[in-house]
Write a protein that binds this ligand. Structure first.
Ligand SMILES: Nc1ncnc2c1ncn2[C@@H]1O[C@H](COP(=O)(O)OP(=O)(O)OP(=O)(O)O)[C@@H](O)[C@H]1O
Ligand SMILES: [Mg+2]
Length: 234
């Protein structure tokens, strides 16, 4: 199964002589239930690609699909609803809402969807427990370490059971030991919750734990290495 794909996706910033192709005719399939890393030097187009998959940005030309839905056909409310239901985000700088507790940060994406508050509570507490921060549920982000904040952010990304979790350099602001713990946690959550993770990273530890590695240079995909075997590729 394919969780997401790009077909000849180009994203150009600016126009005329100063135009920059952040991504140029990129085509790739993100295989479902796997851990995919986007690897490339600074400025190669990793964030641009993640923003296209997340529906945060639109391709100048070409197609972007997530869970079989072409994102360019969605506008406004339909796009934000699709994103809220199917895509989770993890950021380099955690991006938790500072005035909400850990619990409330994880609850927040659910408030955009229908569902009973009591059922939500059990799911939020179970997920905070699974990521190892249950005892900090009432704390504000400013009262948590970077690693703990990223654990909360991972729970927030997963609470809606998304098909795709996008993470832009999720370990870049963490020391290497904490980064390794966070990678292990994401790996475990990806398997347990049967979701697909796509990361951008320079972190060799993260790249080493990937199932698939997409190499990008100057906005072009130069190789896609399927490191782990997959039934869909045979
Ligand atoms: N809003 C923008 N306006 C103009 N150019 C942009 C914009 N965003 C990105 N670019 C350019 O597009 C190219 C790709 O940028 P992108 O942020 O995707 O790279 P990256 O691989 O994520 O880099 P890094 O590892 O530094 O985060 C770069 O040349 C960048 O300068
Ligand atoms: Mg980037």
């Amino acid at each position: 199964m394919i969780a997401a794909s790009l077909k000849n996706a180009t994203r150009t910033y600016g126009a005329g002589a100063t135009a920059v192709s952040a991504l140029h005719e990129a085509s790739v399939d993100i295989v479902a239930n796997r851990f995919t890393v986007l690897r490339g030097p600074s400025g190669s187009g990793k964030t641009t690609m993640l923003n296209l998959f997340g529906g945060i940005d639109r391709a100048t030309s070409g197609k972007v699909a997530v869970a079989g839905q072409e994102l360019e056909t969605l506008r406004g409310r339909a796009l934000s609803d699709f994103r809220a239901r199917h895509i989770g985000f993890v950021f380099q700088s955690f991006n938790l809402i500072p005035v909400l507790s850990a619990y409330e940060n994880v609850e927040y994406p659910l408030t955009l969807l229908a569902g009973s508050k009591a059922k939500r509570r059990d799911e939020i507490l179970a997920l905070l427990d699974a990521v190892g921060v249950a005892r900090h549920a009432r704390r504000l982000p400013g009262e948590l370490s970077g690693g703990q904040q990223q654990r909360v952010a991972i729970a927030r990304a997963l609470i809606t059971r998304p098909v795709l979790v996008l993470a832009d350099e999720p370990t870049a602001n963490l020391d290497s030991e904490t980064g390794a713990q966070i990678i292990g946690l994401m790996r475990r959550m990806q398997r347990e919750r049967a979701t697909s993770f796509v990361f951008s990273s320079h972190d060799p530890q993260l790249v080493a734990s990937a199932d698939d590695v997409v190499d990008i240079r100057d906005g072009r995909i130069v190789s896609v290495k399927r490191v782990a075997p997959s039934e869909v590729l045979q």
